[in-house]
Design a protein around this ligand. Structure first.
Ligand SMILES: [Fe+2]
Length: 487
């Protein structure tokens, strides 16, 4: 590996890209003071769709608009996680390569997690099996990325809501073995480590003692929240004071750190407001600029809880067996989980996946879901969603999740006339968005009062008159140039 771009030396030589933030249209709209931000970190998959033939389509004009923004760009992939037995798919590799070349990303980051089994998607990043066999799969995947992308790859340290068990390596030992075997970079997500520490896994200090610190090229930092006694990696706003203190302590040891990136979910941006994001970026810049100085940490609470010996996960697995077992648990398809001491932790994943799935459907079928909530009430609507979730595994892309929900509702045939009308209409809107074909949707009653009322979050006072109505759906909303990469 000497002289190779996949060597520790090559990591040392990477350019500094400084203070960054995860890109979203809402972030791009914030009026940041000059010089506060150096870099945008782009998740290319969040900008793409798949057409009805499952072909990945890239909005080339959107990519070029981002390219023109006056910042460095880093590619942060979410489509080829390296923590499972499934190798990265060719179209994901093509997308990552295309994006990293277009954005001239000095390195590319990916997650140390898995998000699919051979049978279904999990709808969420899940932790890898941290054994020798799990490590082998992970090494294989990182090598594929290194070979295909042609740029240094840095692997992001993940959050893990499960209790540790003694069949697994420590979190730090696992990352360390991967980093040493592949010479990959490490994207140290300090908030993930913080959550792991608070939730009873390895402490940040112990984790850092195990990993090769000179391979840490980037840091992620974020805000989280406590839920049912667990610290969640929610990317929801301000950085916890304890984490800031810990980060200041850690930074001087990361001699090859090239970037520090603040993560916030775009749905929290309107909630917390631009001013808070700007002030958090000022905090991150202070961390970055002051990183040579040794800060004194504030008095930390005594955090780590006891280590548990967990029957169900505490045995020897084949990696794909682990992935299937864990995935089935978290999407609610396991039949034998009684009495497992991980149950409460599985519930955390289940809750996260359900929230994510519900938001995907609600975003695409706004009218249908509002109508169901208002007519059936939240409890019945939730029961319907639960039944849908039991019968359809999660999808990674919103429109596929929404199509599955439409399919489910159509088969159920709830005999609610407006449910049927609204669903047909919204499915047609979605289809037109995907294939850019004009569509006419016929109604046997005037849909205008229903559309207007639902858009204000209520039911209409009077239902539209019966008669023959047509709504034309044009592809005009889509002024996107979709690009398909050929091999
Ligand atoms: Fe992260």
């Amino acid at each position: 590996m000497k002289g190779s771009i996949h060597s520790v030396k090559a990591l040392e030589c990477l350019p500094q890209t400084g203070v960054g933030i995860i890109y979203s249209p809402a972030i791009a709209a914030i009026d940041f003071p000059m010089g506060l931000i150096d870099t945008l970190e782009i998740e290319p998959q969040t900008l793409c769709i798949r057409n009805s033939n499952d072909v990945l389509q890239i909005p080339s004009n959107v990519f070029e608009d981002i390219m023109a923004l006056p910042y460095n760009k880093l590619v942060h992939s979410i489509g080829a996680p390296v923590g499972g037995t499934l190798p990265p798919k060719q179209d994901q590799l093509d997308l990552i390569k295309y994006s990293s070349e277009l954005f001239n990303s000095p390195w590319v980051t990916e997650h140390l997690s898995f998000n699919a089994t051979t049978e279904f998607n999990t709808g969420f990043f899940l932790p890898p099996l941290q054994t020798e066999k799990g490590l082998e799969a992970t090494i294989r995947n990182v090598r594929i990325l290194q070979e295909k992308i042609g740029r240094p790859i840095a692997v992001e340290t993940g959050v893990n809501y499960l209790k540790p068990n003694n069949m697994e390596m420590n979190d730090g030992a696992f990352v360390s073995a991967l980093a040493k075997a592949t010479n990959c970079g490490i994207l140290l997500d300090i908030h993930n480590l913080f959550a792991n520490q608070l939730n009873g896994r390895q402490s940040i200090v112990d984790f850092l003692k195990e990993i090769p610190l000179d391979q840490v090229v980037e840091m992620h930092i974020a805000g989280g929240t406590e839920l049912n006694g667990l610290w969640m990696d929610s990317h929801s706003g301000p950085i916890d004071k304890r984490l800031l203190a810990l980060t200041s302590e850690v930074l001087p040891d990361l001699s090859n750190l090239k970037a520090i990136t603040y993560e916030i979910f775009d749905s929290y941006i309107p909630v917390v407001g631009d001013a808070l994001i700007i002030s958090e970026m000022e905090t991150v810049r202070d961390l970055w600029e002051g990183r040579k100085i040794h800060y004194k940490a504030v008095n930390n609470e005594q955090l780590p809880k006891s280590v548990y010996n967990v029957q169900k996960l505490n045995r020897e697995f084949e990696p794909n067996e682990w992935e299937t077992l864990l995935s089935k648990e978290v999407i609610g398809r396991s039949h034998e989980s009684e009495g497992d001491t991980q149950q409460e932790r599985f519930e955390i994943y289940k809750k996260l996946i359900k929230e994510f799935r519900a938001s995907m459907v609600a975003r695409i079928f706004k009218l249908t879901t509002r109508y169901m909530m208002l007519v059936l009430g939240p409890d019945v609507f939730t029961t319907i969603l639960q039944h849908f979730w039991q019968n359809y595994p999660p999808e990674q892309l919103s429109y596929k999740e929404a199509k599955n929900f439409a399919d489910y509702l159509q088969k159920k045939d709830y005999k609610l006339p407006w449910l049927d009308r609204l669903l047909r209409y919204e499915v047609a809107v979605l289809d037109t968005l995907m294939d850019e074909q004009l569509r006419i949707v016929e109604f046997d009653a005037d849909p205008t009062p229903m559309f207007n009322a639902l858009s204000q979050g209520k039911l209409p006072e009077t239902i539209g008159a019966l008669g023959e109505y047509e709504v034309e759906i044009t592809p005009e909303m889509s002024n996107t140039d979709w690009l398909v990469l050929e091999n």
